[in-house]
Design a protein around this ligand. Structure first.
Ligand SMILES: N[C@@H](CCC(=O)N[C@@H](CS)C(=O)NCC(=O)O)C(=O)O
Length: 212
């Protein structure tokens, strides 16, 4: 039986898949494990009553498992791994937090109005650390196979590349060749193509945060 998953609808287009990286992470996990699912698109500016009833916090994604809606992508991915162990996607614990500061650093830099406030430098430090890690262990975080941490990072990189390109005319330095290769590998996956939001909706999703 297909699972039910609720994810973000596009800003201004409630019938189109939206730009939430946590939602895409869950969809990627379902796709990679070839689990069938029905998608419910949630307009987060006009949340439906049923959604608020099953998830009063009001955040997407949520997944219905054993008749109960569960929120938070970390929890959801853990439950999927437990219930559907094949193919195994769990990241070895020693690699599970690789790249975990990239998304926060990207958001700080994206929102920054002061080019000298250190936010760009902080992002570059995190990207360089990932590049060094990939140099030793790559091409994925845990080696040859994709694991959960890659499926968490891939949508975040998608946002980083699109939003920094659009709002700051900024690109990941060419010197970080391992990161470039990593991003290319992840974006080329069939699961990624199938679950990504259109570029224009990623931009629309960030616009109000960049220029509040
Ligand atoms: N920690 C949560 C974060 C989920 C989250 O921040 N979702 C955002 C969209 S990307 C959301 O639902 N925002 C709507 C709201 O806060 O009202 C997870 O990993 O699932």
């Amino acid at each position: 039986m297909a699972l039910e998953v609720a994810v973000k609808a596009a800003v201004g287009a409630p019938n189109i898949l939206g730009d939430c990286p946590f939602s895409q992470r869950v969809l990627l996990t379902l796709e990679e494990k070839k689990i069938s699912y029905n998608t419910h698109l949630i307009d987060i500016s006009n949340k439906p009553q049923w959604f608020l009833e099953v998830n009063p916090e009001g955040k997407v994604p949520v997944l219905k498992v054993d008749g109960k809606w569960v929120s938070d992508s970390d929890v959801i991915v853990g439950i999927i791994e437990e219930k559907y162990p094949d193919p195994p996607l769990a990241t070895p614990p020693e690699f599970a937090s690789v790249g975990s500061k990239i998304f926060g650093s990207f958001v700080s830099f994206l929102k920054s109005k002061d080019p000298n406030d250190g936010t760009e430098q902080a992002l570059l430090v995190e990207l360089k650390a990932l590049d060094d890690h990939l140099q030793t262990y790559g091409p994925h975080v845990a080696g040859g196979n994709v694991t959960a941490v890659d499926l968490s990072l891939a949508p975040k990189f998608y946002h980083l590349v699109i939003a920094l390109g659009h709002f700051k005319n900024w690109t990941i330095p060419e010197s970080l060749a391992n990161v470039h290769n990593y991003v290319k590998l992840l974006f080329a996956r069939e699961s990624f193509e199938k679950t990504k939001a259109a570029k224009e909706y990623v931009i629309a999703g960030w616009a109000s945060k960049v220029n509040p």
